[in-house]
Design a protein around this ligand. Structure first.
Ligand SMILES: Nc1ncnc2c1ncn2[C@@H]1O[C@H](COP(=O)(O)OP(=O)(O)OP(=O)(O)O)[C@@H](O)[C@H]1O
Length: 505
């Protein structure tokens, strides 16, 4: 397994030595610019291990290491410390560093130390991969007619090589479905590469998709293969395709038609054999009509369009999904929760699930963790589900509750944990809505002001259903809101706007 190692070493001789040893140990090395650890730069490097000289990380070491550990790759930090005597080493280890090494180690000792760290990291990554169950079509358990006919169509497209456009509300399982189709398809032995078109700034998205040659632009210090190349003989999943800027849509269409790409800064054409699956929760037909999405690309991508039904349109599947999810969640939760009362199932069936399957899984995981016995009861469900206006499933009519969810008057009906979570959510949403509003949707600027990484901000935006384009227009600029956008329908932000994610697995 190729390890990505980032170096932030101030001393040139040490840098050269470490670089040589790392390459000898089959690691890809990236030298990070700047004299100090900058979480954004480390986040962009997507490294597995950061090798850093102590001078580059002081004085905020514990905080910096904690921030790094929150990155999706959760890179390990190895510190080169001039005087690694007991107390100093202890301080770094307590701050979360994986190891502390002396820069004066001989080449032989340095190689042995790094070999041991790299071996452990590889074992860690392999174990993490094994723990992640590969999504399967069997996960889509269903008795509802809507889902049955949908799954019939899905089974027919599995063996084909046709592009797929997967539509549906947030959290219905579009990416899960795409991965399950890839896993069942003749390309299963090939790579699965996922790119989130909304989570990267335009320029980065282009280089992420098509790669670049050394020197193509400032900072392109080495040739980089793009996602199309990485997905050769496999599947490329383009999530949030509706957010792709128009000029990249043109390039994507060309790549799909010619089955070939050109890296940025290169005239050479590289043939790629890739099945493309794209997904979006936007109304892409409306986007085509409005000129925000190219019609030709829509037809090219949507050779087959799959629209995953929202959970509220297949309530009869909920009991089956509950059983399935509880079985999957049990090892993770590590609690002997084996059942759920009929009243709790009924409440879960009546709820509207704006966050769809993702929200159902979160509610179940939380209930499994918090329930005192071995059975989930109505009491273990969030207030919004337990005490929502009771709805007649046949007429859809509701009877109102006496206290508004989220008001102090109804706090007394909820546990401290519930109030804390929903109120924090509310404040977080209002805060980021306001920041995006004042920065007119400029994510890097908003992230800078918030003191977090752009990736962390994208995670928050996704969680709260905020989209950068809703904040782009100046003037009145109140972003539009979609009813399906919030995972917590009772938690509405009192903010100027209340609307509605990259990774390689
Ligand atoms: N049928 C299923 N069985 C098990 N887990 C599922 C299923 N459907 C979705 N999930 C899980 O629910 C979560 C949300 O699914 P996914 O990310 O595929 O949704 P999505 O529609 O792509 O969401 P978004 O539009 O917000 O990107 C993931 O953790 C996924 O693994």
């Amino acid at each position: 397994m190729l390890l990505k190692v980032a170096l932030q070493l101030a001393s040139p001789p040490l840098k050269r030595r470490v670089e040589r040893v790392c390459r000898g140990l089959d690691a890809e090395v990236q030298n990070l610019p700047g004299a100090r650890v900058d979480v954004t730069t480390v986040a962009r490097s997507c490294c597995d291990i950061l090798l850093v000289q102590s001078d580059c990380i002081r004085p905020l070491a514990p905080e910096s290491i904690r921030q790094l550990q929150q990155l999706p790759e959760a890179p390990w930090v190895v510190v080169f410390e001039e005087n690694p005597e007991g107390a100093v080493t202890g301080k770094w280890i307590a701050a979360g560093a994986e190891a502390v090494l002396s820069p004066r180690l001989t080449d032989e000792d340095l190689t042995e130390a790094l070999r041991s760290i790299f071996t452990r990291r590889r074992a860690f990554l392999a174990a993490a991969l094994q723990q992640q169950p590969v999504p399967s079509l069997a996960d889509f358990v269903s008795v509802s007619p809507a889902m049955q006919s949908f799954l019939d169509l899905v089974r027919r497209v599995v063996p084909s090589d046709a592009s797929l456009l997967i539509l549906g509300e947030t959290g219905v399982g579009k990416e899960h479905l795409a991965r399950a189709i890839h896993a069942a398809s003749p390309r299963a032995a090939g790579p699965w590469v996922a790119v989130n078109c909304a989570a990267l700034p335009d320029t980065l998205l282009e280089s992420e998709l098509f790669g670049y040659e050394e020197g193509a632009f400032t900072g392109a210090v080495r040739t980089h293969r793009g996602s199309f190349e990485l997905a050769h003989r496999g599947t490329l999943f383009l999530d949030e395709i509706g957010d792709m800027p128009l000029h990249l849509q043109v390039k994507l269409l060309r790549a799909l038609q010619e089955r070939a790409i050109r890296r940025l800064g290169s005239e050479r054409t590289i043939s790629v054999d890739v099945r493309v699956m794209a997904a979006t929760n936007r109304d892409v037909v409306a986007d085509v009509e409005a000129g925000r999405f190219r019609r030709d690309l829509f037809f090219r991508l949507g050779v087959i369009t799959l629209t995953v039904p929202p959970l509220r349109e297949r309530r009869e599947d909920i009991p089956l999904l509950i059983q399935n999810f509880m079985r999957h969640l049990r090892p993770r939760v590590n609690r002997p929760v084996t059942g759920i009362t009929p009243e709790a199932v009924e409440a879960l069936q009546q709820y509207d699930w704006p966050g769809n399957v993702r929200e159902l899984m979160n509610v179940l995981e939380r209930a499994m963790l918090l329930c005192p016995g071995n059975e989930i009861t109505l009491h273990d469900l969030p207030y919004a589900i337990r005490c929502r206006p009771s709805q007649n499933p046949t007429t859809g009519t509701t009877s109102p509750t006496t206290t508004a969810p989220g008001s102090p008057a109804e706090w007394i009906h909820r546990t401290w944990e519930e109030v804390r979570r929903t109120e924090l959510d509310r404040v977080e949403r209002a805060y980021f809505t306001t920041l995006l509003h004042v920065t007119q949707g400029r994510v890097s600027e908003a992230a800078r002001r918030a003191g977090i990484t752009p990736r962390a901000l994208f995670d928050k935006m996704r969680r709260h259903g905020l989209r950068k384009e809703h904040f782009r227009s100046p003037g009145p600029g109140t972003p539009r809101r979609r009813s399906s956008d919030s995972a917590n329908p009772g938690d509405q932000a009192p903010a100027p706007g209340e609307p509605v994610r990259p990774h390689h697995p």
